[in-house]
Write a new protein. Structure first.
Length: 394
């Protein structure tokens, strides 16, 4: 119905936040923006409609440097800073949250743990091939009965000399049905949480696809099932405890804080243009105060979030962005993006529910983004814990 539509997106920078960026950030952002216009926008409604992942984009994402942009060049990665990583995620999610997810999982949840907790041999073996898209990875933390509370996980590994015997199952795993490797978290016999790099070809590994999603339809999601899988010990990551997976989540949540603003910008841009073109009662609907209220509030929230992201990025570049600060930005930015998508849908009237415009797709996608990488309420509790010192999770 909508293949080949022209992408008319215009960037909005109400407070001239661009002046805070360096030339390399702008270059990276503009290159990714152009790629999204050429490669993602013309096809994304079709793929979303068919609930199919555009897997051919993995190669293009690698070519534009979207996999591990802030990891070192010596491993074939981008060697850029955290703000460059952020603006790349923003542009990808302007295209589609699922496309940003393809990059988030690969870069922040697969390459980052190998970089941070892997041996030198593991880094040399995996990072260049993950960076160039030769290998696709996934990250298995969530289980059917343990989502917000990963500490309760049942996946386990038994010591068998030179290998671990892995058993258990993971749920809601982005990219698992198409992955070559999985970063899997489980407990050893002493109850210590450990991470393994699991080759998906190993005997006893399966990854059935989860169908029927009304959100993130252009992203592929599956389970991970391990039945007596013999994983060589050399595939272990050098970290124990929940801080292993949670530090990867911090990296990915940071990217989502930026990404969500991409989706919000696309919805705002579409709503603004529509409000100037659509005539009712002999006037453009943008002339009515109630439409202006919606648009004014949208650009205000986007501007606040852009500033929050920039400051978070400068802290991240100095290694000073705390997990709680990242939680605040992820929670705020996804929530305002979802509100903006809903308001933009209203401005488009009936047309807003069709795939002639991107807003309903963004709105449905953002329902997932609000939940994964820590739910909206879990991030609120993280802030509550941080400011009071009192833990309200349990
Ligand atoms: P808690 O006792 O608070 O912490 C255990 C240890 O971890 C440390 N830590 C962190 N380290 C780095 N980054 C973070 N964000 C960290 N948060 C905590 C903490 O300091 C402690 O270290 P140590 O040395 O004292 O052991 O753990 P808890 O069991 O009370 O849990 C706290 C809670 C609820 C906040 C945590 O479990 C949580 O964040 N739950 C949400 C789960 C979640 O976000 N799952 C995401 C799954 S992956 C995903 O959704 C991918 S979607 C990808 C895509 O498609 O884009
Ligand atoms: P639950 O934890 O059951 O939460 C249900 C509700 O209860 C939520 O509203 C929650 O906020 C609330 N709640 C829970 N505990 C508390 C509490 N203490 N106080 C107050 N409220 C509470 N996981 C991975 O490991 N890897 C992936 O690649 C991945 N990709 C995903 C892709 C998609 C499309 C989706 C939908 C999820 C993905 N996830 C992935 C899983 C995601 O991280 C979890 O869905 C999320 O952490 C929430 O877990 P849950 O769905 O089990 O919800």
């Amino acid at each position: 119905m909508s293949t080949g539509k022209i992408d008319r997106f215009q960037f909005h920078d109400y407070y001239q936040v661009d002046e805070l960026l360096e030339e390399n950030h702008i270059l990276a952002r503009d290159a990714v923006r152009e790629w999204v216009k050429q490669e993602v926008s013309p096809i994304i409604e079709e793929y979303s409609d068919r609930a199919e992942c555009p897997t051919h984009l993995f190669k293009g994402l690698a070519e534009i440097g979207a996999f591990g942009p802030s990891l070192p060049e010596e491993y074939g990665c981008g060697g850029m800073d955290e703000i460059a990583y952020g603006v790349i995620m923003q542009e990808l999610e302007r295209g589609d949250s699922g496309v940003r997810s393809m990059a988030s999982v690969q870069g922040s949840l697969v390459m980052y743990p190998i970089y941070r907790f892997g041996t030198e041999a593991q880094k040399r073996k995996y990072l260049p091939k993950l960076a160039n898209g030769e290998l696709i990875g996934c990250f298995g933390l969530t289980e059917p009965d343990f989502g917000s509370n990963p500490a309760g996980m049942l996946t386990n590994m038994k010591d068998d000399g030179d290998a671990w015997i892995l058993n258990g199952s993971k749920m809601w795993i982005t990219n698992s049905p198409v992955a070559d490797v999985a970063i899997v978290w489980g407990r050893d016999e002493e109850g210590k949480m450990r991470g393994l790099i699991v080759d998906m070809e190993l005997k006893g590994v399966s990854a059935p696809e989860i169908k029927g999603k009304w959100s993130l339809r252009a992203s592929i999601t599956g389970e991970l099932v391990f039945e007596d899988v013999r994983v060589p010990k050399e595939q272990s990551l050098e970290v124990t405890g929940l801080k292993g997976p949670l530090s990867c989540l911090s990296k990915a949540r940071y990217g989502i804080a930026w990404g969500a603003i991409g989706a919000a910008l696309d919805c705002y841009d579409s709503a603004l243009r529509y409000s100037l073109e659509r005539i009712q009662f002999d006037k453009p609907i943008g002339q009515f105060q109630l439409t202006q209220k919606k648009l004014a509030e949208m650009i205000t929230e986007i501007t606040k979030a852009q500033l929050l992201n920039w400051r978070l990025g400068t802290l991240a570049n100095k290694g000073k962005a705390s997990p709680a600060q990242i939680s605040m930005a992820k929670r705020n930015n996804v929530a305002i993006a979802l509100d903006i998508a809903r308001e933009a849908r209203q401005i488009h009237g009936g047309m807003g529910i069709t795939n002639e415009y991107p807003v309903m797709r963004h709105m449905m996608n953002l329902e997932t983004v609000l939940t994964y990488e820590g739910t909206h309420d879990i991030h609120l509790l993280i802030t509550g814990h941080d400011v009071t010192g009192l833990n309200a999770f349990k």
